[in-house]
Write a protein that binds this ligand. Structure first.
Ligand code: COA
Ligand code: AMP
Length: 632
């Protein structure tokens, strides 16, 4: 048997030994009683009664082991022309101080803290300070609008919010504070305090008695030590798109998370402590949580916080500059970033200006990776390009070529084989396993490995309904695909109304809720149409109320503005079209899949249950007017 097969088999035959061994690599204040508590399926608990602290493992452990001078973080910000580094010792000091700031305001273990911040080192400090005192952080991506932030404030019920005066996009300064103030206004829950980092690019107005200046509070703070938390205490909540406007609060625990993420650095990414690892994402997403913050620090790597874009900051050579300047050994980003670079520099001329010889591998995830992009990146960088598949829910990869175990042959279009710990199956709608090559729902046998999610924040029924009930004994991933005869997993599409725009996971249901609120809109649908750069883009279809006299262009402009204001610019909702009717089944279900195929010019079969087949031609004509559904 090959090494991968042996390790994979052992991870399933000997679950307890496998993860107990991995758990030896982190510090425990008190060892666990058992590796896995499986007495209450479908709920499983890893390392019950183990006591530890994630921040201790990410920082103090390395400092105590004599690595305090090693670089923990490199901040590289082309948008502000700033660079800064922090050693493990320096980061530990900053984190201990901010933990002291939080404690001095009465924030303790179990309290929630929302972090609405740009890509600056203080964000990392705030996250780890929460972990240090056992507070549960919930980071909200900066590209969301006030309404989305408000929804998260209301659901998480934070005692405090940490934010900054602004984030910086290449084309504008995004003032965060007005968005934060209006989110707090919209939310029924109000935080006691907001800690605000004033950045030179914008000055936030402060509210007396509530808002506290980051720098002033740090100057007065007393450092705070790590508190002891239970392995199963929550470390964070990360909201992600579900099928409705109400996002799902994915909960992560402390113990299993630290064990699993530490394991992935060596085994999946093949990275050793002390090396520089770069995930070019944003801390607001799961990739940022796991691979900008926690995993690299747990493993004693140097992580990079890059406040810039793959193109335009200043050019399509930005990634190559960072890789060569900071001696990156392993890089991780979304395929869309490479498509953006390829679009502007198809021959990779800019890469030739830099020494990229230190780079050993490139990992891609967040969306399906088209073979063209994978092959282009491989030709350019001459290193293995690894597509791997995971989700906010899982926290780390379900399927990947595990470079630290054994490099398997790469098959473009596939995320390779299940990572040790994961039992992946393809099921038909009755929950029966499908043979190799057949497309079905991708599901993972329970229990999921450590570091995944024990549930949704205060939404037990939704957790069961969304993930567990359809296929008893399995976690339903919401993705569809197949496994080939060599055991390679091909992830093809979502089975729900989630779309993937530039590697960002978005809910079309949430956008439909916004569109429906327009006074002239009787009915609507949002579908994800193919886009060469961003993978998918949302497209709205609007049916107007009888008697609506508004100009169609005005209505389209209105709904575009509404989505931007209520969900945020990240939704990239820029196109909608007015149609006479939506195609529906006889039971009234809107045929979104058929409309998507029409828009993308794919072949489709007339659904047997369609109520109004005649509208499909009209839909196609309306789409053609805005550049879709065009025959080749
Ligand atoms: N704060 C405020 N606004 C933000 C933001 C943030 N943190 N991030 C993005 N936005 C805004 C952008 O300014 C843009 O607004 P606009 O409509 O006014 O131009 C909008 O949200 C869409 O942003 P983005 O998705 O970044 O698209 P883009 O066209 O500006 O750039 C790419 C395209 C491909 C370069 C970019 O999407 C990218 O770098 N993608 C990588 C994806 C990634 O890292 N995914 C994480 C999972 S690994
Ligand atoms: P997120 O929770 O934001 O990480 O988005 C997870 C979703 O992105 C998955 O359910 C997939 O639909 C998609 N996805 C992530 N990685 C891949 C991949 N390597 N191949 C195909 N789809 C992917």
């Amino acid at each position: 048997m090959k090494t991968y097969d042996l390790v994979y088999k052992r991870s399933l035959d000997n679950v307890a030994d496998f993860w107990a061994e991995a758990a030896e690599n982190i510090d425990w204040f008190k060892r666990w009683d058992s590796v896995l508590d499986d007495s209450n399926p479908p709920h499983y608990r890893w390392f019950p009664s183990g006591k530890m602290n994630t921040c201790h493992n990410a920082l103090d452990r390395h400092v105590n082991n004599g690595h305090g001078e090693r670089l923990a973080v490199i901040y590289d910000s082309p948008v502000t022309a700033a660079k800064r580094t922090l050693s493990y010792k320096e980061l530990q000091q900053q984190v201990a101080l901010f933990a002291g700031v939080l404690s001095s305001k009465g924030i303790t273990k179990g309290d929630r803290v929302i972090i609405y911040m740009p890509m600056v080192p203080e964000t990392l400090v705030a996250i780890l300070a929460c972990a240090r005192i056992g507070a549960v952080h919930s980071v909200v991506f900066g590209g969301f609008a006030a309404q989305e932030l408000a929804t998260r404030i209301e659901d998480a019920g934070p005692k405090a919010i940490v934010s900054a005066s602004c984030g910086i996009e290449p084309n504008r300064i995004v003032e965060y504070k007005p968005l934060l103030d209006s989110a707090i206004e919209l939310s029924a829950h109000k935080p006691d305090h907001c800690f605000i980092l004033q950045r030179p690019e914008a000055t936030a107005s402060m509210e007396k008695n509530r808002d506290i200046d980051w720098h002033e509070s740090m100057a007065k703070a007393e450092p705070q030590d790590c508190v002891v938390v239970d392995a199963n205490d929550p470390l964070y909540i990360l909201y992600t798109s579900g099928t409705t406007g109400q996002p799902k609060g994915i909960v992560r625990d402390n113990g299993g998370h630290a064990v699993a993420l530490h394991w992935t650095m060596k085994n999946i990414y093949g990275v050793e402590p002390g090396e520089v690892y770069w995930a070019a994402s944003d801390v607001g997403w799961i990739v940022g949580h796991s691979y900008i913050v926690y995993a690299p620090l747990l493993n004693g790597n140097t992580t990079i916080m890059f406040e810039g874009k793959p193109v335009g900051t200043p050019d399509a050579g930005a990634f190559w500059r960072v890789v060569s300047e900071h001696k990156v050994t392993c890089m991780f980003t979304a395929p869309t970033a490479f498509r953006a670079i390829k679009q502007q520099d198809p021959d990779g001329v800019l890469a030739k200006n830099y020494d990229l010889s230190g780079l050993r591998s490139l990992f891609l995830a967040g969306e399906r990776c088209d073979p063209d992009t994978l092959e282009w990146a491989g030709r350019l960088l001459k290193v293995p390009v690894i597509d791997h598949w995971w989700q906010t829910e899982t926290g780390w990869a379900i399927a990947s070529n595990c470079l630290g175990i054994e490099k398997l042959p790469v098959k473009a279009g596939s995320a390779a084989r299940p990572v040790p710990g994961w039992q992946v199956d393809i099921l038909d709608k009755n929950g029966r396993s499908l043979p190799a090559g057949k497309v079905g729902a991708i599901a993972c046998k329970l229990p999921l490995p450590p570091g995944t999610f024990p549930g949704l924040w205060r939404a037990e029924q939704r957790y069961r309904d969304a993930y567990l009930n359809n296929f008893p004994g399995y976690y339903e991933t919401g993705d569809a695909g197949y496994i080939d005869e060599d055991g390679y997993v091909f992830v093809m599409a979502r089975t729900d109304d989630i779309i993937n725009v530039a590697g960002h996971r978005l809910s079309t249901g949430a956008m439909e809720e916004v569109l429906s609120a327009h006074p002239d809109v009787a009915e609507c649908a949002v579908i994800g149409v193919a886009d060469q750069l961003k993978g998918q883009l949302p497209l709205g279809l609007l049916v107007l109320k009888a008697g609506s006299r508004q100009n169609h262009d005005d209505i389209v402009n209105d709904v575009v503005r509404m989505v931007r204001e209520q969900i945020g610019p990240v939704a990239a909702f820029k196109q909608a079209v007015v149609v006479a009717q939506l195609p529906k089944t006889r039971s009234g279900k809107i045929l979104r899949g058929t409309m998507r195929r029409i828009a993308d010019n794919e072949e489709y079969r007339m659904p047997a249950t369609i109520e109004n087949p005649e509208v499909l031609d009209q839909i196609s004509e309306s789409m053609q007017k805005i550049g879709y559904a065009k025959p080749e």
